[in-house]
Design a protein around this ligand. Structure first.
Ligand code: ZN
Length: 156
């Protein structure tokens, strides 16, 4: 079967029903089937739908952004970070051999700063309120690039 590009509107909520993210008021989100453009737990359900379908898709943390991992929480000396004001809730990009990694400041003392490198949605079970707005065959260009080119197949 030919791979498809599927476009959908979504509202993402956490288990308390709080809206985390939504495509409402924006272009719908499109993805190329099988290209890992969206989280696996969502893709596996969206590909079963048809154009025009609406569904609430629940994705457990394991199939979304994974479990929280305490190994990603590190304490560093205050001096190891760039000078200036650092506040709890602030995000940094740390560069290492493995590439850039976004970390969140979760605690500050006079001498130390605690950084959490877990994805903000790690450990969170997600619920996506989905409406499929379009489903079409992928173009040759999209297949060779390995991603979708927007709803009409031209936008890059
Ligand atoms: Zn491309």
């Amino acid at each position: 079967m030919k791979k498809r590009v599927i476009t959908f509107h979504y509202t993402l909520k956490d288990p308390k029903g709080e809206v985390i993210d939504s495509s409402s008021g924006h272009e719908p989100l499109g993805f190329l089937e099988g290209a890992s453009q969206i989280i696996p737990g969502l893709e596996k359900e969206v590909i079963k739908l048809k154009k025009g379908d609406k569904k609430i898709i629940k994705v457990p943390a394991d199939e979304a952004y994974g479990k929280r991992d305490d190994r990603f929480v590190i304490t560093v000396g205050r001096k190891e970070l760039p000078p200036g004001d650092i506040q709890v809730g602030q995000q940094f990009e740390l560069k290492s051999d493995q590439g850039a990694h976004v970390v969140l400041v979760t605690k500050i003392t006079d001498t130390e700063v605690v950084l959490d490198g877990n994805h903000p949605l790690a450990g969170v079970d997600l619920a996506f309120d989905i409406e499929v707005t379009d489903m079409r065959e992928a173009t040759e260009e999209e297949l060779s690039h390995g991603h979708s080119h927007g709803g009409d197949g031209h936008h890059h």
